[in-house]
Design a protein around this ligand. Structure first.
Ligand code: ADP
Ligand code: MG
Length: 700
């Protein structure tokens, strides 16, 4: 016919029609012919291989069997009925079972004729059975095209119930390919050659109907390359546009505040990583574009001093700075650390949180507006519109994942031009992944710990050995230690968790009786004020043991606490375990992390525990975590679009991702608007993506 193209509604493809089109749109978001051709199989099955009944295994695998239906009967059951056919070959018999469409099937089945049945096999009531098989007379089967790799497409219950089976989808694609046999190339010829990529047309054919295993893997490689390439191109373009379009204040002076502090008051020599990062930040803030930078650094890597030195650059250029933390305790600790530094060079710092008194609040507001206050530290209270600065130049946000993009944007409104933004996170993410996830942010990494840190010793112990663990704790407390004992918190059953915690608390109390020992307890069902009270007793060293659920704050700094006991450690994720362990190892003493579990452990749990015992390196842990869980949880609310990949896997295809990112970076460096003739294909494809469903709606 020739009138069909990729933009044509799917309805007009042979074998579809309005009814099926509606279903495809609703269930799979397939609206056009182009959507269908980009709807990739999630696996392939071998339809040339046949099983015999006596070769079946009760493993739920999909198999294909040749045989005859010798008997068919309807069985009444509590709800409705089922149709059971006896299916036999020369080695034995099994059952085919239907729960739906019984009448039609019964009317159409031909007894004692050779059939091919295909489906998943279960072991049920002492016999193998295949529910809702794909059933085809052998005569028909022989006529149809068979391949060793038949595509299997993602489906939904509704689709299979409505008769859009895998076979129907395959038929649709066959119809599509008989109408359209050439697809527009999206990459330049020279790129195809350089990276040994097959053409778009060949790739699309082979992803749906692979000629061979090697053709299939070439098709997958080409399509993954393309997919990741265009994602990176969008991210990098966005970053580029940000830098060219969003003007920022120019901090070109490094003046007295910075120099004074740096030369006279620095409490320790900075690590090379800290120095490098400060340079990156300084350079960024001097360009005239607004800085939008992510600072990644493992727990204890020394982000606070970097934050403080950055604020001094703002001050040197006659601007104010703000530091925002996700909780009161964290804000308070930042405040304490920074107020100490600030006193040395005579700058004004204040703390603003939800519990700041009205009168004090009023003074803060005034001094912010008249410029007397240089640095404001606080919680999300700072986001409020009534918090106005005379001249805010830099906003530093700690632990970004706790704040949404929308909140970050609030800070943008606090001056005529948006202030520079530095986001700090202790959740390490492998660099290539971070660059993909937070593509609009530039990234700095502190990949070095301050010298002299003793690595935390981590051990895995079984519940049965708790007494020897307690004994060890007793000895450590006698030497002046403080101890965290953490219990899991699972939202669905807060009551149960509280019970666990309380039981644990009682046994700790029994072993560590008053008045020799003092114990703090913190959990999610306490009032914030009570939590703070208990937490502060521990911070001040009035209690030696802190029994808590995971509500204990990320980032809390109690240098004398050098033992972290994690109860039911198998119930925690890896990154959570690592964050918790990061609460210790902050002082001069050797620190310990003890992971308590019972004997029953899943394989994943074993891997998590082994990883924790083996390494203290947050980035290594993040890699393992990604392999175990996939990237889903890293995202929070932001930019989840990036994970809607059709074929590439941001974790498994990490190497390809780095290659592709370099290709995209070089391309944009030479040709930021993709105007060169050799980039024609790319420009066109990019335009289509952005027009249709570009992953970025706005600049966040
Ligand atoms: P985090 O990155 O987890 O926020 P902090 O900034 O709280 O880490 O630093 C952790 C501890 O290390 C603090 O006690 C801090 O004073 C100390 N510290 C930071 N940088 C250095 C350094 N270069 N040399 C020695 N100690 C440092
Ligand atoms: Mg910190």
């Amino acid at each position: 016919m020739g009138i069909i193209n990729l933009h044509t509604s799917i309805e007009y493809l042979k074998g579809v029609g309005p009814g099926r089109a509606e279903l495809l749109r609703k269930e799979l978001n397939i609206c056009t012919i182009g959507d269908l051709v980009n709807f990739f199989p999630n696996r392939y099955i071998d339809r040339t291989r046949f099983y015999k009944v006596n070769q079946l295994q009760p493993n739920g695998a999909e198999v294909q069997i040749m045989g005859k239906i010798t008997q068919i009967k309807t069985v009444q059951q509590k709800r409705g009925s089922r149709l059971v056919a006896t299916f036999t070959d020369d080695t034995g018999r099994m059952e085919l079972v239907w729960f739906k469409g019984i009448k039609w099937i019964k009317g159409n089945i031909k007894l004692n004729m050779p059939y091919v049945a295909f489906g998943r096999v279960n072991w049920f009531n002492g016999i193998y059975s295949m529910p809702h098989p794909e059933l085809e007379l052998q005569a028909e089967y022989d006529k149809s095209l068979k391949t060793a790799m038949q595509p299997v497409y993602p489906s939904t219950e509704k689709l299979s119930k409505s008769g859009i089976s895998n076979r129907v989808v395959i038929k649709m694609l066959q119809n599509l390919f008989s109408e359209i046999n050439r697809f527009r190339e999206t990459l330049p010829a020279q790129m195809l050659q350089h990276y040994s990529l097959i053409s778009k047309t060949e790739a699309l054919f082979n992803i749906h109907f692979p000629k061979s295993l090697s053709a299939l893997s070439k098709a997958q490689y080409r399509l993954k390359f393309e997919e990741l390439f265009f994602v990176q191109l969008q991210l990098l373009r966005k970053n580029y546009l940000h830098k060219t379009k969003i003007k920022g204040y120019i901090f070109d002076k490094v003046g007295d505040y910075f120099n004074d502090f740096y030369s006279k008051h620095l409490p320790f020599e900075l690590t090379n990583a800290q120095k490098r990062v400060i340079k990156e930040i300084r350079k960024d803030m001097a360009t005239g574009a607004q800085m939008n930078r992510l600072l990644q650094g493992d727990v204890g890597s020394g982000k606070t001093i970097v934050a403080f030195l950055s604020t001094l650059i703002a001050l040197d250029n006659n601007f104010q700075a703000a530091i925002i933390a996700p909780t009161e305790i964290l804000a308070m600790q930042h405040y304490q650390a920074i107020a100490q530094f600030a006193a040395l060079i005579d700058i004004e710092v204040a703390l603003l949180t939800g519990s700041t008194k009205k009168k004090e609040r009023k003074t803060i507001h005034e001094q912010l507006e008249n410029g007397k206050l240089h640095i404001l530290i606080g919680t999300h209270a700072l986001f409020e519109d009534k918090v106005q600065f005379k001249n805010l130049g830099l906003a530093i946000i700690d632990e970004q994942h706790k704040f949404g993009v929308a909140q970050r944007a609030k800070m943008w409104m606090k001056n005529k031009l948006p202030p520079h933004v530095l986001v700090m996170t202790a959740t390490p993410i492998p660099r290539t992944l971070a660059m993909s996830l937070y593509g609009d942010l530039d990234i700095s990494v502190i990949d070095e710990l301050p010298p002299g840190r003793k690595p935390i010793i981590t051990a895995h112990r079984y519940d049965k050995n708790r007494l020897s663990v307690f004994k060890f704790i007793k000895e450590q407390i006698a030497k002046g230690s403080q101890v965290y004992i953490v219990y899991p918190l699972i939202k669905e059953s807060e009551k149960l968790d509280l019970k666990d915690l309380m039981d644990g608390y009682e046994s700790v109390e029994r072993y560590f009786p008053r008045p020799n020992y003092q114990i703090s307890i913190v959990h999610g069902q306490m009032k914030p004020a009570d939590k703070d009270y208990e937490m502060n007793r521990f911070v001040r060293g009035e209690t030696q043991i802190m029994v808590a659920t995971t509500v204990i704050e990320v980032g809390v700094n109690v240098p004398k606490a050098n033992i972290m006991v994690i109860e039911s450690a198998a119930r925690f994720g890896l990154s959570q375990l690592h964050q918790l362990r990061g609460r210790v190892g902050r002082g001069a003493d050797q620190s310990y992390c003890i992971l308590m579990t019972d004997y029953k452990l899943s394989n994943d749990a074993k891997t998590r525990l082994e990883t924790m015992v083996r390494t203290n390196d947050g980035f290594e842990i993040a890699e393992v975590d990604l392999k175990l869980r996939g990237p889903g949880d890293l995202m929070g609310t932001q930019q989840s679009g990036i994970l809607n990949l059709k074929i590439a896997d941001i974790v498994k295809d990490n190497n390809l991702l780095s290659i592709v990112r370099n290709v995209a970076t070089k391309l944009l460096e030479n040709d930021p608007n993709m105007e060169h003739p050799e980039h024609k294909n790319i420009r066109y494809a990019y335009g289509e993506i952005v027009k249709n469903k570009g992953i970025w709606v706005n600049i966040s």
